[in-house]
Structure formats: C-alpha cells, structure tokens
Design a protein. Structure first.
Length: 310
C-alpha cells in the first residue's frame, strides 16, 4: 500500500466512513504494529491517532491493545516524573555551603550573621554556619564567643559545641567551650536551654551560669553576667582559676606557649582582674602571689618553675 493511499484510508477510518474490508485492513495493520518494534509512521497525523486508537479498541474486544506510540508517551511521562522528583530531591537536599570565621590567637573578631545576629569571637576561636539557614539557625562553635541573637520564634537558634548544645529564640549569652576547659554558658538576657548528648537539660536566665564538667554533669551558679563578657572589653577576670586554666587563657590572648616545670603547680588557684594589661605584668603578678618563677625560653615560650629561693 502506498503512503498516499494509507493516509486516505486512515482518515476514512478515523471518520468512520470506511467499509468492512478497509476497516479490516487498517486494524490488521495496527495489530501487526503491536507485534513489532517499528514506530507508527509519521504520516499518520497526531490529530487522527486517538480516533483510530479508539476505533481499534472497540473492534478488538475484550483485549485492550495500547499502541506503541502511546506506550512511549507513558514511559516518557513516567521518566519525566521520576526526573522531576529527583530534581526536587536534589534541590531540597543540596549541600549548602558552610562559612567559617576564625579569630587567631591574640585577636578578637566580630561576625554579623545573615539573620541579624552578632557573634564576637574570642582569641583562638571559630564559628561555622551555613550560607542559608533552614527551619533552624544552627552554628558550630569552637572556643569562646559572645552571642547577641536576633529574636525569631519560628526559627530557633542553636549553638553546637563539642560537649553541649545551646538553644535560644532571641537573647544574649556567652559560651566558653575551649576543648581544654570545662564548657561554661552564661546568660546576659533572655532564656537558654543547654543540653548534652545524654539528653540532660538545664534552663538558664539572666545572671545564671551552667558549667559542664568532665563528669558529664551540669553545675549551676549565680554569676554577674557582665563578668562573663568582660573579655570583649579586653578584661581578664580570674576567679579561683587554676594556673593551668590561667595559662590557657594567656596563651590564647597573647599567642604564647606556657609550660610548667612541676605539674603540681598547675593546681594552684589564681584570682585577679586585668584590664588591657601587658603579659609581662600579669606574669609578674602571678609570680608574686603564687611564689613561682617565670622564665622566658624565647619571646613566645614561657616556663613556670618553683621559686627555690623561698
């Protein structure tokens, strides 16, 4: 059958004007097409295909035959849906770039987050956060920082440290989470929740502090909240800090290394307040009050020894 003849026959079939012999020929042609992998010829117009398909379905009962071109369309539609779902999944679960801000030893740094919150990093501290916040505003802190969180009840602010998580809506607080010291959270305004990996929780309000000890316990105390952020004004406040703790503070502030000749000296405690003080003056104060000797191996390497002259 010539191409032109088939077009005419197909049009007659679609309009219902062909005789039984012509109808049988068309149906036989389409039945043959179902048994092969050939595509339906392009010269059968799309506008006629559905009509022909419907007539074939009426003529060939009870078996429902689906033309290959319809099968192809259904497969294509299925693939499109799957691809669309995969694309949406990628959009939802795409890895959002992370920003990390770092304050080196001997410096302090103020960071403005894109939600309006302000973070002041103490020396040798860092904060990491996504370029875009989701349902929550989660940041990771290493070291010490003072937070002034922009209030948003629909988007809680969560600070993750190596030991505890701090959750707030909008408040100001200080976190001291150096890995060599106990983690301390001090609240200046508002209310915060502090929790550990085991699920233990404590709630803090203004002038309250939670210290997470090496025994994985919270120790609560009343503290002057302004003392908790004195470091932001270049003030060092020591309250019965051991010399080991004091040494870590001074190392971060002044970018030095401090060692002890005798480990028992590390447990001596120190109380004092130093504002914009030179390192040499602080060390002289420690030497006088604790009766120890300060030796400089180099400009940045210091050793604390017992004073054998006393």
């Amino acid at each position: 059958m010539k191409k032109e003849d088939f077009i005419i026959l197909a049009q007659k079939y679609a309009s219902g004007n062909c005789n039984e012999e012509e109808k049988t020929a068309v149906e036989a042609y389409f039945e043959k097409m179902q048994k092969t992998t050939d595509d339906i010829p392009e010269y059968i117009l799309d506008s006629k295909r559905d009509s022909i398909y419907n007539e074939i379905n009426k003529a060939i009962k009870p078996v429902k035959v689906i033309p290959l071109w319809k099968k192809a369309m259904r497969v294509a539609a299925t693939l499109f849906i799957v691809a669309g779902l995969a694309f949406c999944y990628t959009l939802i679960n795409k890895e959002i770039p992370t920003v990390t801000e770092f304050a080196a030893k001997g410096e302090k740094k103020e960071v403005m987050l894109h939600d309006g919150s302000v973070v002041v990093l103490n020396s040798n501290s860092s904060i990491s956060y996504p370029e875009e916040f989701g349902k929550t505003r989660e940041v990771t802190l290493e070291g010490e920082a003072y937070f002034k969180v922009f209030r948003n009840p629909q988007q809680p602010f969560i600070v993750q440290t190596h030991k505890v998580d701090i959750k707030v809506l909008g408040t100001s607080f200080n976190i001291n989470a150096y890995d060599t010291l106990n983690t301390k959270v001090t609240v200046l305004t508002g209310k915060v929740q502090v929790s550990d990996e085991a699920g233990k929780k404590v709630f803090l309000i203004k002038n309250e502090q939670a210290e997470y000890t090496t025994q994985n316990e919270f120790v609560l105390s009343k503290e002057n909240s302004s003392d908790g952020i004195a470091w932001t004004k270049n003030i060092i406040i020591l309250k019965d800090n051991t010399l080991a703790e004091t040494a870590r503070i001074l190392e971060n502030w002044y970018n030095v290394t401090i060692k002890f000749e005798d480990s028992s000296l590390e447990n001596l405690t120190m109380t004092g307040k130093y504002k914009n003080e030179k390192l040499e003056n602080i060390l002289e104060s420690i030497a006088f009050l604790k009766e120890v000797k300060i030796d400089y191996l180099t400009k940045n390497q210091i050793i604390i020894r017992r004073n054998t002259q006393h």
